[in-house]
Design a protein around this ligand. Structure first.
Ligand code: CO
Length: 478
């Protein structure tokens, strides 16, 4: 994947602002709003290279859609990690799998306070009326959605409360409440669940002790429960205090532990039970809901955590790299029994999954999941198609174009829709042939292309974004 590698894991030199992008096709009139995406803007600082897809300095991308026109702007998030990289031409903060060079590192950190990045590049959310760039550390960076200027670091957690969180908070729009999981590493570590109601400061809802915390990128939520799926990729907290290796390399895969589901009562914060299951790994919970005495949890699941190794840039540079395939699995947890079972809903490769979260989170009737995927016949070493899974009929639909590498698909529903998939899919696609990116607008129902909007430069492979409809009454974010 040499050319696409240079484009997708390179360096964005330009911060640009374009009022009117070139459009092929017609943008539906009802689609009025803003898509903001987050991801790395560069994998290189001076002569130093970041090592992993989850490293790099954060860059925001904004597509504003209005009256059939689309404008675009991009900007680096103005953080300490960014400013210091600019000033010194060196990587100065610890990322997911990259540490600054040792001599520099030891001068600027103590073992108990590693200089962890504030470059919040993983996702976007509106929390307590603020637009936030989210990282896996509880350091969130507020930005102005109009200008993309960074407003400042928003420590929504006290550092003492925990060191790592997820970039996938769960929203209860009815009660204007946001929940997130924060892991506190200590002699006895804790999984804490915090809630923010309206604009009030966060409060701790649940706190569960754990000896060897797991790497948790997301968590599940149904109407009455939180679900911590404790993948056996675990860390001895002492290793993190010593910090001899980059963050993620301190975690060890221990399949003998299995993957227990911790089911927590949402109202009391108490642990209901831990349900054992065979080992597996996932970054992303998709949806969860209760049905009779069962708790159903859908995830993009892998048989192990080797996907993390596959995302090292050195590995991805090789054409031979085959990404392990995540699949849509449905786990059934018997709330009154013991034995967890699962079925694979689709055997198509699935990552960066999405669905109509705003309307159907925790709802048993939800039917469609959208994701990036690797084409089985034309596997080019990275995600090169968009997948739609119909859970009800176990049918897959794809959007594929040779030489195109789509990013996370985001569903935007048509206002007043009756059918779940009446709307569009928005995805930023890297076009290897053109050497640039475009915003793809798909009909979410047929998966036919409605429009493509060209950007005059490539956008690096990013992770998550959010769409904010204009004049929305409640946050419809993902
Ligand atoms: Co994620």
């Amino acid at each position: 994947m040499s050319k696409v590698y240079e484009l997708g894991f390179g360096n964005t030199e330009n911060e640009i602002k374009i009022e009117k992008l070139e459009i092929q096709g017609i943008i539906p009139g009802w689609l009025q709003g803003t898509l903001i995406r987050n991801g790395p803007g560069t994998f290189k600082v001076g002569e130093q290279q970041y090592r992993h897809w989850f490293d790099g300095l954060a860059m925001l991308h904004k597509f504003s859609i209005q009256n059939g026109n689309v404008s675009y702007a991009n900007k680096y998030l103005n953080t300490k990690a960014y400013r210091e990289a600019k000033a010194t031409n060196q990587i100065s903060y610890s990322e997911f799998a990259t540490d600054p060079c040792r001599s520099l590192f030891s001068r600027i950190m103590t073992v108990f306070s590693p200089k962890i990045t504030d470059s919040a590049k993983v996702s976007i959310a509106k929390i307590a009326q603020r637009y936030m760039a989210l990282a896996e550390t509880p350091i969130q960076v507020e930005f102005d959605p109009d200008t993309l200027e960074s407003v400042g670091v928003f420590n929504y957690e006290d550092r003492l409360v925990g060191q790592m969180t997820t970039v996938h908070p769960q929203f209860d729009f009815e009660y204007d409440t946001v929940y997130n999981l924060v892991t506190r590493y200590h002699r006895v570590s804790h999984y804490n669940i915090h809630q923010i109601v309206g604009n009030t400061p966060p409060t701790k809802l649940s706190s569960l002790p754990v000896n060897s915390p797991s790497y948790l990128h997301s968590f599940g939520m149904s109407k009455n429960y939180f679900i911590l799926t404790e993948f056996p990729l675990v860390v001895n907290p002492l290793a993190l205090l010593l910090w001899l290796k980059p963050y993620i390399e301190n975690f060890k895969w221990k399949p003998e532990r299995g993957t227990p589901f911790w089911v927590i009562n949402r109202h009391t914060g108490e642990l209901v039970s831990r349900f054992e299951s065979d080992p597996f790994f996932a970054f992303h919970h998709i949806n969860a809901f209760e049905q009779g005495d069962e708790l159903i949890v859908d995830l993009a699941a892998y048989s192990d955590a080797s996907i993390i190794q596959s995302y090292y840039l050195q590995r991805m540079q090789s054409n031979l790299n085959q990404l392990p395939s995540g699949n849509l699995r449905r786990y059934r947890i018997p709330l009154k029994g013991k034995t967890v079972s699962y079925e694979t809903i689709s055997d198509s490769c699935m990552e960066l999954p999405n669905f109509d979260y705003a309307r159907l989170n925790t709802n048993p009737d939800y039917r469609y999941v959208y994701s990036v995927s690797v084409n089985k016949e034309k596997n080019l070493g990275f995600y090169n198609q968009i997948l739609k899974v119909d859970i009800k009929h176990k049918k897959d639909l794809f959007w594929f174009e040779f030489g195109c590498y789509p990013g996370e698909p985001i569903f935007v529903g048509r206002p007043g829709r009756a059918n779940e998939d009446d709307g569009v899919i928005l995805s930023v696609v890297l076009d290897e042939r053109a050497g640039s990116s475009f915003l793809l607008v798909l009909d979410a129902s047929s998966f036919n292309e409605i429009a493509r909007v060209s950007i005059p430069q490539p956008i690096l492979f990013g992770y998550h974004g959010a769409y904010f409809p204009e004049n929305h009454e409640k946050s419809e974010l993902l």
